[in-house]
Design a protein around this ligand. Structure first.
Ligand SMILES: [Zn+2]
Ligand SMILES: [Zn+2]
Length: 277
């Protein structure tokens, strides 16, 4: 269903931009707020907490963030985490399903989403192979219907901007991490192609995912931006949530052992897991 969904939101977004190019500041702020919450759901919950175990989320906080991640079109937590762990395990090799160097820009940006083999949750995410996570796969369709149609309540312009236009914006913001953030010029195929892309920070509302080279260098860390000139709102939110007790076990620093991927990243358990770097 991914391809029909991608076509639907793009066609609706194009119609919305033609019919309502200036929706008004209230609708625009509403769309940005939903995109911001969805982005937090993806970077804090899916990416840093579930995929890399860089922090532990209070169950209710995790559920709220998961809801907004799905609402923003990021898919279910198990599918997202499985795809992402495989990306790290095989990054910049031919098995890296979203590698632009091996498969081309548009494959890495979008096509792999519906043309590649779905990952095995049992093999890649045994830690998430539980009803508490699996249930979101069944909740995803109604949440997406709500996400697409919900703006109708506020009128026609809100239907397009809170729904399809926001969803297209959020989709490409995420897809650029796979395509543009792995297109370092001059790097031979098979070498580490990850890079920090400053302009992508605007699309990610400065939540940190654009500092992708930092992340590949230290995947186990909760922090993606380094220093004041690399804003990382996702990490700032994690620190605030830690202060008020909604997250714990935050990995702020590299462990003295100097681990690169985190000792509890489940893919490490597989003998077929290729050594890298
Ligand atoms: Zn990457
Ligand atoms: Zn990662």
């Amino acid at each position: 269903m991914v391809l029909p969904w991608v076509i639907l939101i793009h066609a609706t977004a194009a119609a919305g931009l033609l019919l309502y190019p200036l929706p008004g500041w209230r609708i625009l702020l509403g769309a940005l707020a939903l995109a911001w919450m969805g982005g937090l759901g993806t970077t804090v919950c899916y990416h840093r907490a579930l995929a890399h175990r860089a922090l532990r989320l209070n169950p209710l906080t995790g559920a709220v963030l998961t809801f907004f991640a799905i609402f923003n079109g990021s898919g279910s937590p198990t599918t997202w985490v499985a795809s992402h762990r495989i990306h790290h395990a095989y990054a910049d090799t031919a098995q890296d399903v979203s590698s632009p160097a091996w498969h081309g820009f548009w494959w890495a940006h979008l096509r792999w989403l519906w043309q590649s083999e779905p990952p095995s949750i049992e093999r890649v995410c045994p830690d998430l192979n539980r009803p508490a996570y699996g249930v979101w796969r069944f909740l995803q369709p109604p949440i997406l219907i709500m996400s697409y149609f919900g703006g109708l309540y506020f009128g026609a312009a809100a239907f397009f901007w809170l729904g399809a236009i926001r969803l297209v914006f959020a989709l490409h913001a995420q897809c650029f991490v796979n395509s543009v953030c792995h297109s370092e010029p001059g790097v031979p195929r098979g070498q580490d192609s990850s890079r920090n892309v400053t302009w992508l920070g605007f699309m990610h509302l400065f939540q940190g995912e654009n500092w992708h080279r930092n992340h590949h260098a230290r995947p186990a860390l909760a922090r993606l931006g380094q220093g004041w000139c690399q804003p990382d709102v996702g990490y700032a939110v994690i620190c605030i949530l830690e202060r008020i007790g909604l997250v714990s076990d935050v990995r702020h620093q590299v462990r003295p052992s100097g681990d690169r991927s985190g000792p509890d990243l489940p893919l490490k358990r597989f003998s077929s897991f290729p050594a890298r770097g």
